[in-house]
Design a protein around this ligand. Structure first.
Ligand code: B12
Ligand code: SF4
Length: 502
């Protein structure tokens, strides 16, 4: 007999096994909202996945009529397969292309239990017919206004196969209901959103899918501030595509957020730095980190993608402006554009270190289905396959112009290794001595501790481990902010240890 212990599959890579389904009796007016499992990229930080939850499901919970009981299950919190002691009447699953296969497996499993399965999310927007085949009903577009109608139709036995909702009258949407989230799961439960859409239309962005034109809309600053206040969390992450699309709005929002004395991070386009007083206003309102889609250091790449952006040669001084206002920069870079050659990796790594950018996120160029980029690649015969599970920006799914797919993937792995190395973390330390220790603590936890994350997540320790750092960061930020208000922008940067945005 072989006595060797059986190796368990890595819970970061393999979805939990679904036990055999037994048809049950669904409990009337109960809903289970599910975020399906996806494998985590080993090159990047596992911590990223427990930073903040998707807003899709809490938004649906907020729109659920009060007579329904809602539960939440996120397979990425490593607590196993969804619990089925009580069979829910309705299961709502959010579907992205990378975890579409898992969502379909879950849909079949829930149906076998006798549940009604509704699928929605970005993949339902880009590939509705594919998603439809696995659901009792699908929702294309913003689920919030149609969700109550779907539940009403279910009660009346009149469920339609497809519901479409345009993105309009955003301020009329009810606020998300975060009470469904487990309190242990995330650094912060406060995923926030203020706006929809973006003034750009980059050819690789999911916002450019098909004929979709998400009108730029915002919630009132007072609504957003109230939502943030009601979370009780000291730190919030704005998941807006671009919180800086309207500078006037951003300024008003900052004025509404400042009295909360909380800290937050957000994705903005670099052109917010056109107005240095706005950057200062963001800092005075609690912004400790921005996530900036630089995409590329090559203007030709940006032009070809249709991205309106400041000139690449001005990037460094714009980064410095954030730093001078105590705001960390997490740069997002896309690798594999048509003007990228093999030296792109080395050049980019050096530039990030020279600008002392605290954090950087890399993505292999990925043609999301039905975007202009996808259609161009398809027309040029450059797509390698349409296995959506590999369209996760960690795999090369097309033929790059100046390197092989293997070289691109190797370069991607290399640049993460380099930026997560101790020497690179050290090279990017803040100039101000008192900020070095918190920066190092966060960088080591975030970039060097993937071995630890499995344990922390599985044992429900994420929030416990991260919260002292968050509280400390907020206190330091409030001190910094008072000085900034007195003295104008400060020399050097007072970096806080929070990793900015997603
Ligand atoms: C928070 C976030 C994360 C979090 C959590 C993700 C999660 N699934 O748990 C973290 C940091 C872990 C993450 C990781 C990644 N992410 Co991410 N992420 C986001 C972000 C910023 C916000 C998502 C969100 O909350 N949106 C707000 C909600 C309200 O909008 P929504 O999801 O569209 O939901 C609405 C409708 O779609 C619909 N709906 C949605 N689900 C359902 C379900 C039902 C039943 C119904 C009726 C309706 C419905 O109603 C909702 C309310 O209006 C988005 C960008 C964005 N602004 O959306 C990127 C985004 C979703 N991520 C993206 C990517 C690529 C990734 C990664 C693969 C990339 C990477 N290398 O890091 C990883 C891995 C995740 C994976 N494999 O899918 C892409 C997806 C592109 C695509 N075409 O699918 C996006 C769009 C970013 C981008 N600009 O490209 N991400
Ligand atoms: S700026 Fe960002 S959010 Fe706006 S269209 Fe381009 S990639 Fe999408």
């Amino acid at each position: 007999m072989d006595a060797r212990p059986v190796r368990q599959p890595d819970p970061m890579q393999v979805a939990p096994v679904l036990p055999p389904a037994r048809e049950g009796t669904p409990v009337p007016r109960t809903v289970l909202l599910v975020n399906p499992f996806y494998p985590k990229d080993v090159n990047a930080s596992f911590g990223k996945h427990v930073l903040t939850p998707t807003l899709a499901l809490t938004s649906l919970a907020g729109a659920t009529p009060p007579e329904w009981r809602v539960r939440y299950w996120d397979e990425n919190l490593l607590q196993g397969a969804p619990p089925m002691e009580e069979v829910p009447r309705v299961v709502g699953i959010t579907v992205h292309l990378t975890f579409a296969q898992r969502a379909y497996a879950l849909a079949a499993w829930f149906k076998a239990h006798g549940c009604i399965v509704v699928l929605g999310g970005l993949h339902a927007l880009s590939c509705p017919d594919e998603v439809q085949a696995h659901a009792d009903a699908i929702c294309v577009g913003n689920g919030v206004p149609v969700w109550p109608r779907i539940l009403r139709d279910i009660e009346r036995g009149e469920l339609q196969p497809r519901y479409s909702a345009e993105y309009r009258d955003y301020a009329a949407d009810p606020p998300p209901d975060r009470s469904i989230l487990p309190d242990y799961g995330f650094l912060t439960p406060a995923s926030l959103i203020a706006t929809q859409g973006c003034h750009n239309r980059c050819d690789f962005c999911y916002l450019a899918t098909g004929d979709t034109r998400i009108k730029y809309q915002m919630r009132t600053p007072a609504q957003v501030a109230e939502d943030f206040r009601s979370t009780g969390a000291p730190y919030g992450v704005f998941v807006d595509n671009n919180l800086g699309s309207s500078r006037r709005y951003l300024r008003e929002l900052c004025q509404a957020l400042a009295p909360l004395e909380k800290i937050w991070s957000a994705a903005v386009t670099l052109d917010v730095t056109d107005d240095p007083s706005l950057v200062r206003e963001m800092a005075l309102a609690g912004c400790t980190g921005v996530f900036i889609g630089f995409e590329s250091l090559t203007d030709d790449n940006l032009r070809a993608a249709g991205k309106k952006s400041p000139r690449a040669e001005d990037y460094a001084q714009r980064v410095e402006l954030f730093h001078r206002n105590g705001i960390q920069v997490n740069g997002s870079f896309v690798l594999g554009f048509d003007h990228d050659r093999p030296e792109v990796f080395e050049n980019l790594a050096r530039w990030i270190e020279d600008t002392r950018m605290e954090c950087a996120t890399f993505h292999i160029l990925t043609p999301y289905p039905n975007t202009p980029l996808f259609r161009r690649m398809e027309a040029e015969g450059r797509l390698l396959h349409q296995d959506w599970s590999l369209y996760d920006t960690a795999h090369c799914v097309f033929r790059p112009k100046h390197m092989s797919p293997q070289e691109l993937e190797a370069g991607y792995a290399w640049i993460y290794r380099r930026l997560f190395s101790l020497s690179s973390i050290w090279a990017r330390r803040p100039r101000q001595a008192s900020a070095v220790l918190p920066y190092l603590a966060m960088a080591l936890l975030y970039k060097r501790s993937n071995f630890l994350w499995r344990f922390l997540i599985r044992h429900r320790l994420t929030h416990k481990v991260w919260s002292p750092l968050v509280h400390l960061t907020r206190l330091r930020h409030l001190r910094y902010r008072r000085r900034l208000a007195r003295e104008g922008s400060l020399p050097g940067h007072m970096v806080s240890p929070i990793r900015p945005s997603v």
